[in-house]
Write a protein that binds this ligand. Structure first.
Ligand SMILES: Nc1ncnc2c1ncn2[C@@H]1O[C@H](COP(=O)(O)OP(=O)(O)OP(=O)(O)O)[C@@H](O)[C@H]1O
Length: 336
């Protein structure tokens, strides 16, 4: 488990102090994928780099699996970092080394394996990321997605328990992003690795993360299960990320509401209720009519979810809402 206890960070710039992280408390559970989302300058990289002490905290305690990372000496820190892999937006590969040599680098630095053992381990790692055929190539001969796979293989070399991903897909096109995210999810599942990733795209969070923290100006303004935060965003920053990712605009919806009669509610379906024929049933049972104003259906990680904004008319709207709630649907009244 990764724990932040009142951790804060300020940078000194020209005699001035720039606060990048306000005192923050955070827990990342073992084996989960935790995403941090925020706009540029929100403090995401700072928080991520504090975990393996690439940045030194200005105060507070960082505890990983019971070990106070903030108190480690140089040797302890070196050993700890072997248990924390990291991948980067621009891959950070050595251009003059082959793919195999890039992946072997952390193993050579650790100095714990023989040459033959390193060779064998590199073969395994390249197979895991689907790059067995590219071992002798140089980074310049690879696509962005392949380069990031090399980065992932290198990060996994010392068998870490934690993987930190610093905007790992920001330089990739959508299709390659999806493939790299799928690989990260696979690694998380199969190796039980805890992953902390930072991104400015809600879609990345929605696809792979279990929980999310939303950052704004050095503060974690909201955190929780992705399904909860994504479907019921509380903080304005979270709301704007969700709206951006959905292409949904309050203004347009507001105009639409004026044109329809009835009680306007937003229904959120999660898991099995998503595909159940509930709405028709409830309409028949209660005699309400409904018109659909907006809707979407999709997935949050492995879970189906849907959201429908409907106008209810006909007299028994409250009863209809009651029945929907009883069936496990979250009902939010947008206009009584
Ligand atoms: N090494 C540094 N020296 C001085 N100020 C820094 C340093 N690193 C970050 N900052 C400042 O700290 C704040 C948070 O930066 P940080 O890079 O953590 O944010 P971020 O959310 O990761 O942004 P981005 O998405 O653009 O990478 C910003 O105001 C930034 O200018």
């Amino acid at each position: 488990m990764i724990e932040f206890h009142d951790v804060h960070k300020a940078y000194a710039v020209n005699g001035q102090s720039i606060v990048a992280l306000q005192p923050s408390t955070l827990q990342v559970q073992p084996g989960e994928i935790f995403g941090l989302i925020g706009h540029s300058g929100a403090g995401k990289s700072t928080l991520l780099r504090l975990i393996n002490r690439l940045e030194e905290p200005s105060g507070g305690r960082i505890v990983v699996d019971g070990v106070d990372v903030t108190a480690l000496d140089a040797q302890g820190l070196r050993r700890f970092r072997q248990r924390v892999g990291m991948i980067f937006q621009h891959f950070n590969l050595l251009a003059s080394k082959t793919v195999a040599d890039n992946v072997a680098m952390p193993l050579k630095l650790a100095g714990e394996l023989t040459k033959a053992q390193i060779k064998q381990r590199v073969i395994e790692l390249l197979a895991r990321v689907g790059l067995s055929a590219h071992a002798t190539k140089y980074p310049a001969q690879l696509s962005g997605g392949q380069k990031q796979r090399v980065g992932i293989a290198r990060a996994l070399a010392t068998d870490p328990k934690i993987l930190l991903c610093d905007e790992a897909t920001s330089a990739l096109d959508p299709q390659t992003t999806a493939q790299v995210l799928q690989l990260l999810a696979e690694i998380n599942r199969e190796l039980g690795l805890t992953i902390v990733l930072i991104t400015h795209e809600m879609d990345v969070i929605r696809r792979v993360c279990d929980r999310v923290g939303v950052m704004d100006a050095g503060v974690i303004v909201e955190q929780g299960l992705v399904s909860e935060v994504f479907l019921h965003p509380q903080h304005p920053t979270t709301q704007s990320f969700v709206q951006e990712s959905e292409g949904e605009h309050d203004l347009e919806l507001g105009e639409l509401y004026q044109q329809v009669a009835g009680r306007i509610v937003r229904l959120t379906f999660l898991g099995e209720t998503t595909y159940a024929p509930l709405l028709g049933q409830v309409a028949r049972d209660t005699g309400v009519d409904y018109s659909i104003l907006a809707g979407r259906i999709g997935r949050i990680k492995d879970q189906a979810c849907g959201q429908l904004t409907v106008a209810l008319t006909g007299g028994k709207e409250l009863l209809a809402e009651q029945q929907l709630r009883a069936a496990g649907v979250h009902v939010e009244v947008l206009r009584p």
